[in-house]
Design a protein around this ligand. Structure first.
Ligand code: 76R
Length: 249
């Protein structure tokens, strides 16, 4: 059998995409809408307590295009917490005016392709901990897509030996690093958890950087030959003011 990469696994992750049912939202009274927005803001403030306490994190963005209207990405220590927060959202008044359009369950993942051998426990290393339990940035833009590594004929990632994969991932990492300071990426693993193998979440202050990095990586062998992609979703940061504005009809 071929050697599997060893992964380090951090916080569990739920990407929850919702569309707004504008027609029914417009039908309710102004008072009901205000109450629903206030309650939604309270929920967001509650989940922000974990972000502040560094026991979790979340990102909240409006989504452009018809695939969804907003995305709530939540990171927590346990799958139970994700489920509770999802159920709690569903019980809010605002949820009656949303339609689930997509969700993704995964766990923050680092692989050992480029790791230098060491005897220390990686889970105690502060640099690694900062990546496994990340404070999600509040950049202006987000991009999310799920992806797989191809398993077809001669292009089967899982049949390549470790050395070959390491070499390819090195090249991938070099491109990635050239975007340092422009893009922050969170790779979440979802083999056995959801329909694709990884979720890719990119954060940037400049939406064009998403196009640039994804395009550049398409020419790199890991993506060119072995990358298969699900749907792409992009959006703009939402804060409480923007949310109130967004929901004003
Ligand atoms: O963890 C590390 O920083 C080491 C290098 C590294 C690994 C192991 C790395 C660096 N990535 C790794 C793993 Mn990545 N990454 C993607 C995408 O659209 C596409 O073509 C691919 C989507 C982007 C944009 C991206 C960005 N990476 C992975 C894996 C798991 C592979 C496996 O285990 O088989 C996937 C699916 C994946 C996909 N990568 C980087 C980046 C960036 C910006 C970096 C540099 C990070 C840094 O140095 O801070």
């Amino acid at each position: 059998m071929n050697e599997a990469a060893i992964t380090l696994d951090g916080w569990y992750c739920l990407h929850d995409f919702r569309a707004i049912d504008w027609t029914s939202w417009k039908l309710v009274s102004q008072e009901e809408r205000t109450n629903a927005v206030d309650e939604f803001v309270q929920y967001l403030e509650k989940i922000n307590e974990s972000h502040v306490a560094k026991t979790g994190s979340h990102a909240f963005y409006s989504i452009i295009g018809q695939k969804a209207d907003f995305m709530l990405m939540i990171l927590r220590e346990t799958p139970e917490e994700l489920q509770e927060l999802e159920a709690e959202f569903n019980k809010l008044a605002i949820a009656d005016f949303t339609v689930p359009t997509y969700s993704y369950v995964s766990v923050v993942e680092l692989s050992n392709y480029l790791a230098k051998g060491s005897d220390e426990d990686p889970y105690q290393n502060p640099h690694i901990r900062a990546r496994l339990y990340p404070e999600l940035p509040r950049t202006k833009y987000v991009c999310f897509y799920p992806m797989d590594k191809r398993r077809e004929g001669n292009d089967n990632w899982y049949m390549l030996d470790m050395e070959e994969r390491r070499k390819l991932m090195h090249s991938h990492g070099l491109i990635g690093r050239s975007y340092a300071g422009k893009i922050k990426q969170i790779i979440t693993g979802s083999v056995g958890l959801d329909d694709h193998e990884w979720g890719v979440t990119l954060f940037s202050e400049d939406m064009l950087q998403f196009k640039k990095i994804v395009y550049e990586m398409r020419f790199d062998e890991v993506s060119a030959r072995y990358g298969e992609f699900g749907e792409f979703l992009v959006g703009n940061l939402l804060d409480n003011d923007k949310l109130a504005n967004f929901l004003t009809v």
